[in-house]
Design a protein around this ligand. Structure first.
Ligand code: 13P
Length: 256
């Protein structure tokens, strides 16, 4: 039984004050849903104050990226050693980073290894573009992304990684994948590739989220799908009441 994980990816939103006000609003209501893991992935400057505010809660904290080197002359970068002790998780290879900041399958793989080496749980993002989807290339492209991301990673390490399948055409567009289609790609392509790499037992233990226009009104149907183990949510994770609704749906899916 995989514990669902509902994670907010705040992207480049929320000042420190706004982030702390969000925590104040959600920390009591979220205690009602221990069946789901919940996490907030926030901007770098908000992480330290958020870590303090989240101390006595069950809400995990994640960064949205990091560099793979431990330290060095890399102006503007944030090292895994800086996140250690503050964060539990780190998003790696989000499509916005692949698109705007030259992330490649190779840098994604390096970052995953660095995260694991520093006790951070990677949330590894994969997903196809609209053109690839329409050309029938989803399975080949996403399968290759998964293979490249997990290159050189042992089964034991793989079991602790979270994958987020986020079709690029569904991100920020209001056009989520249908629950059935998201379930099919996650099951056959993402978990299928993980099965070919690591075998049934390990692949069955890896949590795979769906991401892309998850909203309070579609979250239940998505979370009910057997292959979907939670969500990675942008826009709808910014409002406390919406985030609580998302976590509730994930918790209910665990109770099935
Ligand atoms: P939206 O939920 O805003 O579509 O963003 C999804 C996403 O990119 C989460 O990482």
């Amino acid at each position: 039984m995989r514990t669902p994980i509902m994670a907010g990816n705040w992207k480049m939103y929320k000042t420190i004050q706004e982030a702390l006000a969000f925590v104040d609003a959600v920390k009591e209501p979220l205690k009602t849903y221990p069946q789901a893991e919940k996490a907030i992935c926030a901007g770098f400057v908000t992480l330290a104050p958020l870590a303090e505010a989240l101390k006595d809660t069950q809400i995990k904290l994640g960064a949205q990226d990091m560099f793979w080197e431990e330290q060095g002359a890399y102006t503007g970068e944030v090292a895994p050693t800086m996140l250690q002790g503050i964060c539990d998780l780190v998003i790696i290879g989000h499509s916005e980073r692949r698109q705007h900041f030259c992330e490649s399958n190779d840098t994604v793989n390096k970052k995953i290894k660095a995260a694991l080496a520093h006790g951070l749980t990677p949330i590894v993002c994969v997903g196809e573009s609209l053109d690839q989807n329409q050309a029938g290339e989803t399975a080949a492209f996403v399968g290759e992304q998964v293979k490249a991301a997990f290159d050189g990673i042992s089964a034991g390490q793989a079991a602790g990684i979270v994958v987020a399948y986020e079709p690029i055409w569904a991100i920020g567009t209001g056009l989520a994948a249908t629950p059935e289609e998201a379930n099919r790609i996650i099951g056959t392509v993402v978990r299928g590739t993980l099965t070919s790499l690591y075998g049934q037992d390990t692949a069955q233990s890896i949590r795979i989220q769906y991401g892309g226009s998850i909203k309070p009104d579609n979250v239940e149907a998505l979370m009910k799908q057997p292959e979907i183990d939670g969500g990675l949510v942008g826009g709808a994770s910014l409002k406390p009441e919406d985030f609580i609704t998302l976590v509730r749906a994930a918790a209910q899916s665990a109770a099935r």
